[in-house]
Design a protein around this ligand. Structure first.
Ligand SMILES: NC(=O)c1ccc[n+]([C@@H]2O[C@H](COP(=O)([O-])OP(=O)(O)OC[C@H]3O[C@@H](n4cnc5c(N)ncnc54)[C@H](OP(=O)(O)O)[C@@H]3O)[C@@H](O)[C@H]2O)c1
Length: 300
């Protein structure tokens, strides 16, 4: 049977709606046709009465005989009626309204679903970092970086300055420890740093790095470094910004100049970080800029 659902014998509501809609449309068109016929014969009659019988010929509006205006007015009414049937009712009727609302609701639901996913992701990351902090509370995770006054740390995957005392400072602090870095920083160096355990973070599975451990997240990197009492995160910009909240200390060399670059150290939030020491160095034949070694500890 046409209107029965084969599976459960229930009348298919959608089909009923379609039939009802078709009936409604047929009725509207029928009325429009009657209107057209009436207008056609009505207008011919009006013109005939006026032209043949000179009926009330003296009545003139805007320089036109009354019958012309009556015919035009009727034609205008018929045009509105046609517009209503073919445009308003077809495209903007109740069904059209319902469809639009449905589409809007679907869009909003999609947006809400996306926001939910983001919130869940964030919550998972926070939970992971809390668990991590509980498990590694005895380690002093340290970010070590050299940044200009405008927080630039590199350009075109290269360091911008050469400050030999800063290199010495870096070597002294990190010697014998784990050094954790992003894949780009690793590739900016000629080889893995000697006398340190090099840990490289990449999303590329199957990435091979000579004399280094390859991992796929910051948490995995810190897990590999858990035996080290002071693992160092040595860059670059992406890794610093993702790990600054996980860290306990920042060893920052502030280079007192401004540079243009494409890699940045994240803004230090002084509500979280406490400056505990600073040591100034001045420009000389080996150093093109003044710079300061600053240590920040995370506030308890
Ligand atoms: N002045 C300093 O103290 C200092 C120190 C270090 C570096 N730098 C400079 O910093 C620049 C490099 O920094 P950068 O920000 O462009 O790159 P980066 O942080 O060294 O490395 C970025 C790469 O790390 C991987 N990565 C990032 N987040 C990840 C995650 N959550 N999970 C897995 N893998 C992740 C991705 O590798 P894949 O693309 O392989 O997936 C990404 O492309 C260079 O100019 C360098 O010279 C400066």
């Amino acid at each position: 049977m046409l209107f029965k659902n084969e599976n459960n014998d229930k009348i298919n509501e959608e089909q009923i709606k379609l039939v009802e809609n078709a009936q409604r449309r047929a009725k509207q068109k029928k009325i429009l046709f009657y209107h057209f016929s009436l207008m056609f014969f009505g207008n011919i009659s009006l013109l005939t009465i006026n032209l043949l019988f000179n009926f009330k010929e003296q009545i003139v509006f805007f320089n036109y005989p009354w019958s012309y205006l009556a015919v035009s007015f009727w034609f205008l009414l018929f045009s509105i009626h046609t517009y209503n049937v073919y445009i308003t009712n077809r495209f903007m009727g109740k069904n059209w309204e319902k469809e639009q609302i449905k589409k809007l609701v679907a869009k909003q639901e999609l947006k809400i679903a996306k926001i939910k996913i983001e919130v869940e992701k964030e919550a998972r990351l926070m939970a992971e970092s809390e668990i991590f902090n509980q498990n590694n509370s005895s380690n002093c995770i340290t970010l070590i970086a050299a940044a200009s006054e405008n927080n630039v740390i590199g350009n075109d995957n290269k360091l911008i300055w050469h400050l030999s005392d800063d290199l010495k400072h870096f070597k002294e602090l990190t010697k014998g420890h784990c050094v954790i870095m992003g894949r780009k920083t690793f590739e900016s160096m000629p080889k893995a740093l000697p006398n340190r355990t090099n840990i490289i973070i990449t999303r590329k599975h199957g990435y091979v790095a000579n004399d280094a451990i390859v991992v796929h997240s910051i948490f995995e990197a810190l897990e590999k470094a858990k035996e080290d009492k002071q693992p160092f995160i040595i860059g670059g910009g992406e890794i610093y910004s993702q790990s600054i909240l996980l860290s306990d200390r920042i060893e920052l060399t502030r280079v007192h100049t401004e540079f243009e670059g494409d890699a940045f150290f994240p803004e230090i939030d002084y509500k979280i970080w406490n400056e505990v020491s600073r040591e100034e160095r001045f420009k000389d034949e080996k150093h093109n800029f003044d710079f300061t070694f600053i240590r920040y500890n995370k506030k308890q």
